[in-house]
Ligand binder design. Structure first.
Ligand code: MG
Length: 249
């Protein structure tokens, strides 16, 4: 069931999304060679708690962290760990959210650790740009397929693989609501986009094949070919005046 938010509910969403965005920024600023993903997770956790909010990933479906932190060929759902130390040249995806006043925010970004290769930088830039292509397509009166088509076209034209098995989602009183928001699809197809819908758009883009594999830890998702993967996400409100990014610092 898709829940359309009133303007009052959108105001509550805004606060949750603002804290989510600030927490992602703080976590991103901590990224450097030598830090563990556990330390980054703790920084994000403590920040969210200090704002009077809850880390909404923590415990969700049993996830043990505040943030999913995924390095290099890890696509999503990496578990923070004291033994995972970032090193110069890595890329690291941080996905996290906060809940306050009963509403959720959700966002993600991939960060460079020290100096990264030109190829890695191009993957980060393209993935971020594809998110904005998807957001531009999140227009009332359009269709959910407009978003996926925009992301997919942008990335595939640049030679990248678009992950199929995981997708964006509605966000509201629950972190994961309807509708699913695929990063691939056909423009003009799928459910109608309506004012009051709040959705997380989150392209997961691979340097090589779009295919992935699941690790035995039950969480971590990696690229099937071991090449790099990037992930950028915003929570977005669809309004009569166009898409509004709620997870903006
Ligand atoms: Mg999400």
């Amino acid at each position: 069931m898709i829940v359309l938010k009133t303007s009052r509910e959108l105001e509550l969403m805004r606060e949750a999304c603002k804290i989510s965005a600030e927490a992602l920024q703080v976590a991103g600023e901590a990224v450097k060679p030598g830090i563990s993903t556990w330390e980054i997770d703790k920084i994000a956790h403590d920040f969210i708690i200090k704002q009077g909010a809850e880390p909404n990933f923590l415990g969700l479906y049993g996830f043990p962290g505040t943030a999913c932190i995924s390095i290099n060929d890890e696509v999503i759902h990496g578990i923070p760990s004291k033994s995972r130390i970032l090193k110069d040249g890595d890329i690291v995806s941080i996905d996290l959210g906060a809940k306050i006043n009963g509403y959720n925010g959700d966002n993600a970004a991939t960060f460079a650790v020290g100096t990264i290769s030109a190829d890695a930088q191009r993957l980060l830039d393209t993935t971020r740009e594809s998110l904005y292509e998807g957001i531009k397509a999140a227009v009332a009166g359009g269709r959910i397929g407009d978003i996926g088509s925009a992301v997919q076209t942008y990335c595939e034209e640049r030679g990248y693989g678009v992950v199929r098995e995981y997708e964006g989602h509605g966000v509201g009183t629950k972190l994961h609501e309807d509708p699913g928001v695929p990063n691939f699809g056909t423009a003009g197809r799928g459910i109608r986009l309506l004012p009051g819908m709040t959705i997380a758009i989150e392209p997961m883009i691979n340097q090589g094949t779009y295919k992935i594999k699941q690790l035995p830890d039950g969480w971590t998702v990696k690229t099937a070919d071991g090449l790099l993967s990037a992930h950028f996400e915003h929570t977005v409100a669809i309004t009569d005046n166009g898409p509004v990014i709620l997870t903006k610092v």
